[in-house]
Design a protein around this ligand. Structure first.
Ligand code: CAA
Length: 249
């Protein structure tokens, strides 16, 4: 049955927003593969058992998206085991929040590697096949903080803004070949990532959101499903904000 399904790869697939994306794409009829950071193998095993027991059709694969070699290896394995990747959701991301004065080069590099360089490493091996087949969807999960900047996040804001630059450039290369490339920029969403902020910082941020609440991961996943759909082939190079009104432009 899964042979006839389009394969959708979600990096960061076992994370907060990634999980909602995997569940939604599975519900939409895709064969979903969630890529997880290799040291998290035992958590990923538990995660996939739980979700497949609930009726989903999800596979998992270890992949260090900060490594070009491991990303290439991962795509090869997925394509031989499940089929060609037709939907790629670049959702892997981390934070290392520090005021710039305290930001170490290692904090900068870790965030740029995981959030931005990964987009190159994972997209590159699926791109040629998408162009040749005349169909593909690349969906980059950026952030409101890549659009407006955020105190304590020079590394993260730079990486997330860079993702959309990549989107706009690559969208032009895919446009005449049936491959769309888009960015989604979530605002503050209820996940472990936002849960790690100091409560007073978190409360101050929510107070500044016009909707006065955080987003739910499912609200991001719904937009991913929309962009992934074959019928939505005329949106490309876009940056879709899903931020409760926090930033409008
Ligand atoms: N604008 C201007 N000044 C600010 C400020 C702001 N937004 N926030 C704090 N300051 C000031 C403080 O008033 C303080 O001033 P004084 O030194 O004069 O007293 C100074 O900056 C230092 O502030 P902190 O005490 O907060 O500094 P810190 O080093 O203890 O903490 C930080 C720094 C960890 C980065 C903290 O500010 C923080 O957590 N900021 C929020 C970062 C954030 O939004 N992270 C989002 C994570 S989730 C995510 O990223 C998902 C997504 O895509 C949205």
């Amino acid at each position: 049955m899964s042979d006839t399904k389009k394969v959708a790869l979600v990096t960061g697939g076992v994370g907060g927003i990634g999980t909602a994306i995997c569940l939604r794409l599975s519900k939409e009829g895709f064969k979903v593969i969630a890529c997880y950071y290799p040291p998290l193998a035992s958590d990923a095993e538990i995660w996939v058992k739980e979700h497949n027991a609930a009726g989903n059709d999800i596979g998992i694969i270890a992949g260090d998206v900060t490594s070009e070699a491991d990303s290439v290896r991962m795509i090869k394995e997925i394509e031989s085991q499940y089929g060609l990747v037709e939907i790629l959701v670049n959702c892997a991301g981390i934070t290392k929040d520090r005021t710039f004065r305290k930001l170490a080069a290692s904090d900068w590099e870790a965030v740029i590697n995981t959030n931005l360089n990964s987009v190159f490493y994972v997209t590159r091996p699926v791109w040629g096949g998408m162009l040749d087949r005349g169909f593909g969807r690349i969906i980059n999960i950026s952030s409101v903080n890549g659009q407006r900047g955020q105190f304590g996040q020079t590394n993260y804001s730079a990486a997330k803004a860079g993702m959309h630059g990549f989107t706009m450039a690559l969208a032009q290369e895919g446009a005449a070949k049936g491959v769309t490339v888009n960015t989604i920029s979530p605002g503050y969403v209820e996940t472990a990532m936002t849960g790690a902020m100091r409560p007073e910082v978190r409360d101050a941020i929510i107070a500044g959101v016009p909707m006065k609440r955080m987003g739910r991961p499912e609200e991001i996943a719904a937009v991913v499903a929309f962009l992934a759909a074959a019928e939505n082939g005329y949106i490309t190079g876009a940056n879709i904000p899903v931020n409760g009104g926090l930033f409008m432009h």
